[in-house]
Write a protein that binds this ligand. Sequence first.
Ligand code: ADP
Ligand code: MG
Length: 327
Amino acid sequence: MLQIENLTVTFQGQPTPVIEGLSLTLNRGEVLALVGESGSGKSMTALSLMRLLPTGGEITGGRIRFDGEDVLSLSDRQMNRMRGGRMAMLFQQPQAMLDPTSRVSTHIAEPLQVHRGFGRRAAMERVLDLLREVGIADPAVRARSFSHELSGGMAQRVMIAAALSGDPQMLIADEPTTALDVTVQAQILRLIDEQRRKRNLATLLITHDLAVVAALADRVAVMYAGRIVEEGPAKAVLEKPQHPYTQALMRCSLLVPDQSGQLLSIPGSGSHARELTCGCRFHPRCSAALQHGIASRCMRSEPALETDPDGHWARCWAFETERETAA
Ligand code: ADP
Ligand code: MG
């Protein structure tokens, strides 16, 4: 359904790309989770797929194929039809995405009319069905509401209804529950997963919550400083993370205070990691780089990638060294 090959994204005035050489595939009905610390490039990846990068951001390399089409060579008009039609996106702040001057019904009816040729009356009827489908009680009342009258959870349900109204094949969800209360988070994730199954949606789920990955994802890709450092079946990556960065993320996600009462976070900062032009971008923060006595190699170059039969790989010398020893 979706193939990203060697995607590179650069911002004007920044010497190094924010995304570099990123490749991913996504099949129908599949959930691919994209995880990584804040600033690693997850949202820019999602926005690239929709060709909605913020001003100054530009796709400077690579290819994106979606359902047989070359996304980067589509005209603006063709791209407009694609967005909200065959591909749809959910964001972290649903309220901010809803026009405060439009009623709920308008947000959902518009894709029906623009992308699917519904007349006004048929669209309004379908709006009520969709609101019911996303679990909104009293759809007729809610259809007339404005966004400020909605709770966060309800606003995200409305966004989901609007996303589904164009009958998409792919759903991109960028931290769709981060801004919501914990109990509402679970409900929204269940709703997304239900619709994914029912509609066989290719789903790119961006999250920093590894429990969510474990519950919903088929595969997971781990991003660090604009690159994917590990990818594989969710079970394999969660149970046997290979890259020291993935291992560190998992330790932090346990969110248990350590002996000194601090919440764990990965030591050091990744904010300048993109500026490293050779070697592994994680090596300054990596304990394995020192432990394995391979620090100089980690500074100089990255290993050639080898993939396990189940599709699990990691961009790490320690992992490669282990494989060589085992072989
Ligand atoms: P994530 O979603 O993983 O937290 P983002 O994809 O939003 O990270 O951002 C990746 C990097 O892109 C950031 O570290 C930042 O340096 C850069 N970036 C994001 N938005 C902009 C922008 N509007 N202008 C310039 N650089 C940006
Ligand atoms: Mg983000």
